[in-house]
Each structure stands twice: as structure tokens, then as C-alpha cells.
Design a binder for this molecule. Structure first.
Ligand code: ATP
Ligand code: MG
Length: 356
């Protein structure tokens, strides 16, 4: 009996910097767990990078970040034999699909998306100067997801609303033109918004982000990891933060619930110093990072490996995207419009007995 096809999964990252612990617990762990039972597409979203970093010198950094983002994912255990890694800008059919989907999304819907405003703020872009590209960020993301006809999308909390928009695009399209797209669903991890450390200008309350300078990167050496974790505080002047402390939210992801609750009791009762708490959390983080670091170094030594994986994957993604675009154009009537013009032109050439 033929095997049922595996459900398709699509997720990925912007090449705006190396991947960090937020990615690990917010998305990468899920990607690794799901890679056996799903047909996986992992996008390196360089077009999405242009939405907040369009300048030439900013794009100049992208090639090395593309490499790092793929290396990080191989190092955490994603297997290129099971996963299609691809470069977003290398799949032109997605640009076409994004334009077609734009017709289906009201501008006011996009103006309500909070994550876009915070991305604009992080990029020092005033609200009234938000570009069409940034406003339509979720529509391009919908094109990525729908081109692969993916149903499972593992993401962090900031992306949940984007996946809802992709779902809305699919359902409006199906209503207007007939069933074509399966409805995608966000798969939110247990740790969907890991807080950042205190090294960036925003302090440790904000979500760990590549672009906020508050990240512990997967490739950071042990001393840097230790120093970054040591920036977590446990009070805001005269008051202990208790469960509000980013330190505890961070600790929960690496120590687990019960040891973190015990850590809080010890901190509150003065049974442990803040430095000792940092050391305990650092040890748990190191237990995860040490093997990743080792694999990363070995993979980084293989010249051309990452590039080959990306080129192979992008060729495969192109094939998939071309099929979806063709079916989309057929459903909308664009193919028959073009086909009708060509057929009439051929008929006229035949009538004049001239080859066309
Ligand atoms: P940038 O600052 O450039 O926006 P980022 O660190 O927010 O970078 P993205 O590439 O935007 O990373 O996100 C990739 C994926 O990782 C998304 O699904 C996002 O929701 C998830 N993610 C990012 N940061 C975190 C975090 N701190 N905790 C959990 N998940 C996260
Ligand atoms: Mg982000």
C-alpha cells in the first residue's frame, strides 16, 4: 500500500544574525522533534531582512549570516537529508504569489499587527514612515507558507498573528477561487518568548532578539555565555522581582519548572547569592550548548557544505513553488487569460499561413 504523504512543515529565520537560545527553545527544538514525521521546508528569509535592513551595507552582512543560520540549524540536529533548507530570494515564484495574495488582505488588518510596529521601532522607522514591504511582511510570509502548501508552522509568539494572516489568505483564496490551499497552523513552543539578557539597550525584559543586542548566541564561547547570563538582576532597586524576574523565565527553559521554583525560594530566602544562581543557570545552559558548539565547529570546517545544502534545497523549493504558482494562476483565471491570447494569436497566424 502506498504510504500517505507526510504533512508539510515550513518555518525559518531572517539572516539578521546568528541564532540564539530563544530560537533554540522557541522553535529549533520543535523543528528537530518534527523532522521525522513531516516533510520540512526551512526558509532563510533574506527578503524579509530587507524589510528592516534595506541599505546596501546592511545587506552586505547577509551572506555571512545566511551561512551562520544554516550552520546553527545543522549543529542542533536538523538533518539535510530530511529537511529542505532554501534561500527565499532564490525562489522567484514566491514574489509572484505574494503579489496575488496582497489582493486578499485589507490594509487595516496589517496595520493592527503589533509585531510589525515593534520591528519598525527596533529599526528606528517611525510609524508614519513604515514601508509597504514591512507592512506586507506577513503577506510575504503567507506566500512562503502557502507556496509549500504547509500546514504546520513552528514559530515563537511574535509570529503567531502572522500565521493567522497566512490562514486568512488561504481561506479567502479558497472561498473566491475554489479549494487550493490547506489551512496552516502555528505550532507554538512551550517557551515562545524567551527573555533576553541585560546586554542590550532595552534591558533584560524584552524578548531575546538578534537585532536587540540581548542574545546568547548558540555559537558563543563559554566565557561569553557566563558573562551574559551574569547580567540578569533579581530586583528593581528595592523590590525583589520574584516570578516577574526575566532570570526565572529564562531559567525555566533550561532548568525546568521545579528546580526554577526551588531557585526562587532560595533567592527570596537569601539561601543563595545572585552569583550562585547565575552559575547554576549557566551550568544548565552549557549542558545544552557544549555539544552544539562542538558539532558546529566540525561542520564549519567543511568548506562548501552549507552552500551545497542551500543550493540543493533552493532548487527543490523552486520546483515546489512553480507548481503552486501554476495552480494559483489557473484557479484565478490568469493562465486561461494568457492561454486565450496565445491561442488567438496562433489561430491568426495559421489563417495568414504564416508560422507564429
Ligand atoms: P530579529 O531581531 O531580526 O527580528 P529574532 O531574534 O526575533 O530576529 P527571527 O528570525 O525574527 O528572530 O525569528 C525566527 C523564529 O524564532 C520565529 O519563529 C520567532 O518567533 C522565534 N523566536 C525569535 N526570538 C525568540 C525568543 N526570544 N523566544 C522564542 N522564540 C523566538
Ligand atoms: Mg524577530
Amino acid at each position: 500500500m502506498a504510504q500517505a504523504p507526510k504533512p508539510r512543515l515550513l518555518t525559518g529565520d531572517r539572516p539578521t544574525g546568528p541564532l540564539h537560545l530563544g530560537h533554540l527553545v522557541g522553535s529549533l527544538d520543535n523543528r528537530v522533534a518534527l523532522q521525522d514525521d513531516h516533510e520540512c521546508f526551512i526558509i532563510v528569509a533574506d527578503l524579509h531582512t530587507l524589510t528592516t535592513r534595506p541599505r546596501k551595507h546592511e545587506f552586505g552582512e547577509v551572506p555571512s549570516f545566511v551561512r551562520e543560520v544554516v550552520l546553527d540549524q545543522l549543529a542542533v540536529g536538523l538533518d539535510p537529508a530530511k529537511v529542505t533548507f532554501y534561500l527565499q530570494s532564490g525562489v522567484p515564484a514566491v514574489y509572484d504569489l505574494a503579489i496575488l495574495l496582497q489582493m486578499l488582505v485589507p490594509k487595516t488588518r496589517l496595520e493592527q499587527v503589533k509585531s510589525l510596529r515593534s520591528m519598525a521601532r527596533a529599526a528606528a522607522m517611525p510609524d508614519d514612515a513604515m514601508t509597504m514591504g514591512l507592512l506586507a511582511y506577513p503577506v510575504l510570509q503567507a506566500a512562503d507558507i502557502l507556496m509549500a502548501r504547509a500546514t504546520v508552522v513552528p514559530v515563537g509568539l511574535d509570529n503567531e498573528e502572522h500565521i493567522m494572516i497566512a490562514r486568512e489568505c488561504a481561506s479567502v483564496f479558497n472561498e473566491l477561487y475554489g479549494d487550493l490551499f490547506p489551512l496552516p497552523e502555528a505550532k507554538i513552543s512551550q517557551f515562545p518568548a524567551l527573555p533576553g539578557v541585560g546586554t542590550g539597550p532595552v534591558g533584560s525584559g524584552a524578548k531575546m532578539s538578534k537585532s536587540l543586542g540581548n542574545a546568547v548566541n548558540l555559537g558563543d564561547p563559554p566565557t561569553r555565555v557566563r558573562d551574559k547570563i551574569a547580567t540578569f538582576t533579581y530586583d528593581d532597586g528595592d523590590r525583589r522581582l520574584g516570578d516577574q524576574a526575566p532570570l526565572l523565565a529564562f531559567a525555566r527553559a533550561f532548568l525546568g519548572d521545579e528546580p526554577t521554583a526551588a531557585l526562587r525560594v532560595e533567592l527570596d530566602g537569601g539561601a543563595i547569592t545572585l552569583a550562585a544562581a547565575h552559575a547554576r543557570v549557566t551550568e544548565a545552559v552549557e549542558a545544552r550548548l557544549a555539544p552544539i558548539r562542538e558539532r558546529r565547529a566540525a561542520l564549519a570546517g567543511e568548506a562548501g557544505l552549507v552552500e551545497e545544502i542551500l543550493v540543493d534545497g533552493t532548487i527543490r523549493a523552486r520546483e515546489v513553488a512553480n507548481v503552486t504558482l501554476q495552480r494559483t494562476r489557473e484557479a484565478m483565471g490568469l493562465e486561461s487569460l494568457w492561454g486565450g491570447l496565445v491561442a488567438a494569436t496562433e489561430a491568426r497566424a495559421k489563417a495568414r499561413r504564416k508560422p507564429y
